[in-house]
Design a protein around this ligand. Sequence first.
Ligand code: PXP
Length: 240
Amino acid sequence: MNKIRLGVNIDHVATVRNARGENYPDPLKAALLAQKSGADSVTIHLREDRRHINEKDLKLIKSKLKIPLNLEIAATKEMLDIALKRKPPFVCIVPEKRKEITTEGGLNLNFKKDFLKKIINRLKQKRSRVSLFIEPSLIDIEKSKNLNADCVEIHTGKFCNLINKNKNYNQELEKIKKAVNFGNLLGLEVHAGHGLTYKSAKILSKVKGITEFNIGHFLIGESIFMGLDKVIKNFRKIIS
Ligand code: PXP
């Protein structure tokens, strides 16, 4: 069995940097340390409002990183142009609302469908692997396949919230399992991300067919106490 890949999202290193408008902590340093500590890829989300990573970070990290860079972008012309210029090996298309604290849900695949299809094909022509961040919904899995995406990333936020609040998560877990199975059946690579902690990652690592986790907020937060290297190694152990 192939090992499950761990993508480390370092956006919140930039959030801390930007809180003071300083040049530290340095997201590039975090990206290189994540690589050294066993991450399989590094994820950054270039937001329209540049609240964490900016284009200078993207350029630097892309030029220095040896493992794949996974760039998250909204489906806009500006972001498409940046991604085509920088050619990250992985691109994940995510929904974006200016006022949200974080990415609150999966993409609405009925909105700007033709533009989405165009973005996916243009990025694939540049040899980027394209993933769509979606809810665990069979309809959205099928739509992603029809849009010619290589992968889907299942939004695990709802599942993780239930776990954090000690509520029953079985129904949500079933939804995720069905979505993963259906995605695999259609030949899509299926990833999972958002809100993952040690506990939720452990439960989801037992779902057959998920090939990649993308983890940020908890991982960076926990690193304050344990160090990035140790936390990445802990996650590696948990998901393998
Ligand atoms: N995957 C995607 C597509 C995301 O947009 C994000 C961040 O919102 C994550 C994973 C990581 O989520 P978190 O920071 O909650 O671990």
